[in-house]
Design a protein around this ligand. Structure first.
Ligand SMILES: Cc1ncc(COP(=O)(O)O)c(C=O)c1O
Length: 461
């Protein structure tokens, strides 16, 4: 189902769910790949995270709340470090960023990508070493670039000729030589199990490879000699399970690398393959481990380099979702349960599209479970919806919940660490939920809940 512009009322309301969704043998069972590693259903039936009962979390911090299993996030970061020992792993901060997460990422030895002045400020204020920060974006302002240069950011990913001119002028003024990459639009778009390779690239990011802009950008930077061109960068999409898109993109980008070598005698020392590695949102998703990814990507780069007679460059990757996504679940309280004429049961929770826009925006699929107790009731196909004044305000399109789910129950939605809090809004003047990190049986507030006072504080008219 694609969310209809006019709301779900105009969509396929009679839909009985996707063909793959089957009533579970045990509606209380947790599917391990969907949940943070330390989430279990305790003997009393309630979920626990790192030993802490979610009912205690709900009582202490309220709902909705994002609950982060800190050791899960850290272990995913470590898994990427271990799988790519001689590459740099840049955590894509756009997935979710706050100071505590910056510190976790830094402590686990990762680098960090930011793509705005606000993300840069967050990273610097939490003590991320500037040389481990990469700065992305298709429209970085002079103020943002100045700040990045003054802070000594390790690399800036160039996205337009205007930006090359801007940064060159700023670097000249300051007498500095910042490291830069050129973002190449390789004509590969990958999402989930499919990728499309096209000859031209109609999108706002990067320099077109097919049109020759990417080569021209590299020649400009090399010929000016002001910026330190470290390498090429490509990012092909999101929620990718199939590495064949990376194969095509690596082939194209390394062909450009060879072209630059042949034209200017410069062999660029680095190559960034971007992020986009998929995670499990439903039982249908079976993501590769970082080890498997590393093996496949290494093989692709080695063979493409051999074909072009290039030395293998120093690699970097930029996973966001794959590090933070599975480490978080959102805890909601059920407010109403409504059976609509035998068509569908709507379970309304106390959040919605303001804390998870991905379902409405991308038609994303999620899973859910009853969190405060186990149930002996039959599985019932339900739709988990929010409290917003919008018919398309859907959190989980289709999920089996126990038929006795009732107001006051807690429902947990896993896989909400990436692009949920970071894309959260105040739609309907709903304050944004807190982020609570749990480790060793102890909870710690890392982002507090917004209050109505916060909302009114901005309203100065
Ligand atoms: C340049 C770049 N790198 C990395 C990422 C992270 O993607 P993901 O969180 O899917 O790994 C993105 C996401 O859009 C991106 O644009």
């Amino acid at each position: 189902m694609r969310a209809h512009e006019a709301g779900a009322m105009h969509g396929d309301i009679g839909d009985r769910g996707p063909g793959w969704l089957r009533p579970p043998a045990d509606v209380n069972a947790l599917v391990p790949q969907l949940w943070p590693r330390q989430v279990e259903r305790g003997a009393n039936g309630a979920l626990t995270v790192a030993g802490l009962d979610v009912r205690e979390l709900a009582a202490g911090y309220g709902t909705p709340a994002y609950v982060l299993d800190e050791d899960d996030l850290r272990s995913r970061a470590r898994d990427f470090r271990a799988a790519f020992p001689d590459a740099d792993v840049y955590y894509a901060g756009k997935a979710f960023l706050c100071r505590a997460v910056v510190r976790m990422i830094a402590e686990e030895g990762l680098h960090l990508d930011v793509c705005s002045g606000g993300e840069l400020a967050t990273a610097l204020s939490a003590g991320m070493p500037a040389e481990r920060i990469g700065f992305h974006g298709n429209n970085k302002s002079v103020a943002e670039l100045t700040r990045a240069l003054d802070a000594g950011v390790g690399r800036i990913i160039l996205d337009s000729f205007t930006e090359i001119d801007r940064l060159t002028a700023l670097a000249r003024e300051r007498g500095v030589r910042p490291g830069v990459l050129i973002r190449v639009t390789v004509g590969v778009e990958a999402h989930t199990h499919e990728f499309i390779a096209t000859a031209h690239e109609d999108q706002k990011f990067g320099f077109s490879l097919a049109g020759g802009a990417a080569a021209a950008a590299a020649f400009t930077v090399i010929d000016e000699g002001v910026l330190d061109l470290r390498g090429l960068h490509s990012h092909i999409g999101s929620q990718i399970f199939d590495t064949s898109g990376f194969e095509v993109s690596a082939r194209r980008v390394l062909a450009l690398q060879a072209q630059i070598r042949d034209a200017r005698g410069v062999e660029l020392p680095e190559l960034d393959l971007g992020g986009g590695f998929g995670i499990a949102y439903t039982t249908q998703d079976d993501p590769a481990t970082p080890d498997e990814l590393a093996k496949r990507l290494r093989k692709i780069v080695d063979s493409e380099c051999a074909a072009e007679n290039l030395a293998v460059p120093h690699l970097s990757i930029e996973p966001g979702r794959a590090i933070v996504g599975p480490a978080v679940f959102t805890l909601y309280t059920v407010g109403t349960v409504k059976d609509v004429d035998g068509l569908r049961t709507y379970v309304s929770v106390d959040g919605g599209m303001s804390d998870n826009i991905r379902t409405a925006l991308y038609d994303a699929s999620y899973s859910a479970t009853l969190a405060n107790r186990a149930s002996t009731a039959e599985p019932m196909l339900a739709r988990v919806v929010g409290k917003h004044c919008e018919a398309g305000d859907i959190v989980v399109k289709d999920e089996f919940l126990p038929a006795d789910v009732q107001p006051g129950d807690l429902v947990a939605v896993p896989g909400t660490g990436a692009y949920c809090r970071s894309m959260a809004s105040n739609y309907n003047h709903v304050p944004r939920p807190p982020v609570v990190a749990v480790r060793d049986g102890r909870a710690r507030l890392i982002v507090r809940r917004e209050t109505e006072e916060d909302l009114l504080a901005l309203d100065v008219g």
